[in-house]
Design a protein around this ligand. Structure first.
Ligand code: ADP
Ligand code: MG
Length: 503
């Protein structure tokens, strides 16, 4: 078996094969536009509805029905393009892509082959190890989704559910700039993050509202650089397209096995056939689905039912003005405004809700301390219950209250964790809880001194040991903390213990 341990981005070479190989990957991501109605009909897009309950005459392709463009969907496509720093085409057009499938009653899909609404853009993909890659976006076009054929409900019959027929998709096509499995997963994850920030797609891969076709080829070192210099695809290997991937984990696994398959073919003296393949997660292999079809196989032509789509620059400008702060900008701002590490800023900006929670809690407080509490305590606790931030029983105000009590030395770090647990499980105002339960830190040195004297008097043998080895003073600190129920100020305890032991 080939060892495909891939170090991204350098060295980009696959070890184990006879020769060194590199991977080249381009993705076509299908993102369902977050819209209540379909692209060309008013039917609902609600997920999980009774089969065939969200089907208009247009979706069912009844004779004489005419599609009417959904302006809201167009706006979301434009918003997405702007979010990916892409050029927006003020004129685009819809084409018919003809093919027969039982879940496509029209006999063609309405798509945008020749004049997509969005042109070239880019996505910054950070790899978590300090490296990053800029993946170029080639285009985004709008198209209709197909329905679903159901083959496993009856031994003799197949069924069709047209609820999804006609739902609006954005197909986001990347250039072949992704160089390994981890990068492919990171790219899809970043795209999903941006779409969710923009609110243009829910990005729920399990429900299939974000899925990717993954194009994979292999080449010898140097070939990709020659492609980049010339943009001439003949420098690259023949690609295979792995269809309909809806899990980041499977995307990575599929790329690995597909690359290994291609290397084996080429090193065995064969050639890779350009084809469409399916990944089987149970067998961890890709299987041929059909040889790659060309655009002319679909007899694309401009849809005569739809006029070219003309939009105005002023409308695009309005949408641009309404864009939210996007992940890269938010992360950079968190790093500089709150003095956060790259890692903390990434975690906190992973989704808008977490970012907003953090900002509310951090306002007027120590950013780094707040980040620690949000990431380690709150996120850790939520994860235990498989909850997300929207289900947090602790509000930013309550967490801020706990942080204030720490910052003013009213409670110790240890007590703060107990307090957090109380607030998490029973709610309440942190300051009031501390007051009511007598959790305030003992900073009164007299009280601490008394406790230290008592423990020294009770443990003469330990005192001798600690005098010989000052590291053992920690034992006394522990005993004092125990005696005071964890409420003694640890700094004061340390000082007094050292002083009393003569260290
Ligand atoms: P088609 O329309 O036949 O699917 P496209 O030109 O639209 O072909 O390309 C589809 C995807 O394949 C794009 O994401 C592109 O970047 C990618 N791609 C093209 N050539 C290669 C290659 N040699 N290796 C990997 N991916 C490739
Ligand atoms: Mg394509």
């Amino acid at each position: 078996m080939l060892d495909l341990t891939y170090k991204s981005p350098n060295p980009k070479v696959i070890a184990g094969a006879k020769h060194d190989w590199e991977l080249v990957i381009g993705l076509e991501v299908h993102a369902q536009i977050a819209s209540k109605a379909k692209l060309f009909s008013g039917a609902s897009t609600k997920f999980g509805a009774e089969p065939n309950s969200n089907v208009s005459f247009i979706d069912a392709a009844m004779p004489g029905m005419l599609p009417v463009i959904n302006e809201f969907c167009v706006e979301q496509a434009v918003r997405t393009g702007l979010g990916l720093k892409a050029e927006i085409n003020l004129t685009s057009a819809f084409d018919r892509k003809n093919y027969f499938y039982p879940d496509l009653p029209q006999g063609y899909q309405i798509s945008q082959l020749y004049h997509p609404i969005v042109g070239e853009g880019e996505v910054l993909v950070e790899m978590g190890d300090g490296t990053a890659r800029l993946v170029r976006i080639e285009r985004i076009h709008m198209e209709q989704d197909a329905g679903k054929s159901i083959h496993d409900m009856d031994p003799n019959m197949s069924f069709v559910d047209l609820n999804r027929t006609g739902v609006a998709l954005m197909e986001i096509v990347s250039r072949p700039d992704v160089r390994g499995p981890e990068e492919a997963a990171a790219y899809v994850a970043k795209l999903r993050q941006i779409l969710r920030y923009l609110g243009t797609c829910d990005g729920n891969m399990q429900n299939g509202n974000l899925r990717a076709d993954v194009n994979v080829s292999i080449c010898r070192p140097g070939a990709y650089e020659r492609y980049m210099e010339t943009q001439d695809f003949s420098h690259l290997g023949t690609r295979c397209e792995i269809k309909n991937m809806n899990s980041l984990r499977f995307i990575q696994a599929a790329i690995m096995v597909e690359a290994a398959r291609q290397i084996k073919i080429v090193e065995g003296g064969g050639t890779v056939d350009q084809e469409t393949r399916l990944y089987d997660p149970d067998k961890n292999e890709t299987r041929s689905m059909r040889s790659k079809e060309e655009a002319h196989d679909y007899r694309y032509f401009p849809d005569p039912d739809l006029l070219p789509l003309e939009i105005e620059q002023a409308w695009v400008d309005d949408i641009a003005a309404s864009l939210p702060e996007l992940p890269d900008a938010k992360k950079a701002r968190f790093i500089s405004a709150y003095n956060l590490s790259d890692y903390d800023a990434s975690v906190l900006t992973a989704d808008v809700t977490s970012a907003a929670y953090f900002e509310e809690a951090a306002t007027g407080r120590d950013g780094k301390l707040t980040a620690n509490w949000v990431i380690n305590e709150l996120f850790g606790r939520l994860k235990k219950e498989e909850h997300d931030i929207t289900q947090s029983p602790v509000s930013p105000t309550q967490l801020g209250g706990i942080i204030d009590l720490i910052s003013t030395d009213a409670i110790s770090g240890k007590i703060a964790k107990d307090l957090f647990e109380i607030v998490y499980t029973t709610g309440g105002d942190p300051a009031q809880i501390v007051e009511a339960r007598g959790m305030k830190q003992v900073t009164d040195t007299g009280a601490i001194e008394t406790a230290v004297d008592q423990i020294i008097a009770d443990n003469p043998a330990q005192v001798e040991k600690a005098k010989a080895n000052p590291k053992l003073a920690g034992w006394f600190v522990g005993q004092v903390m125990k005696a005071t129920g964890g409420k003694a100020n640890p700094k004061a305890v340390n000082q007094i213990v050292s002083q009393k032991l003569g260290l």
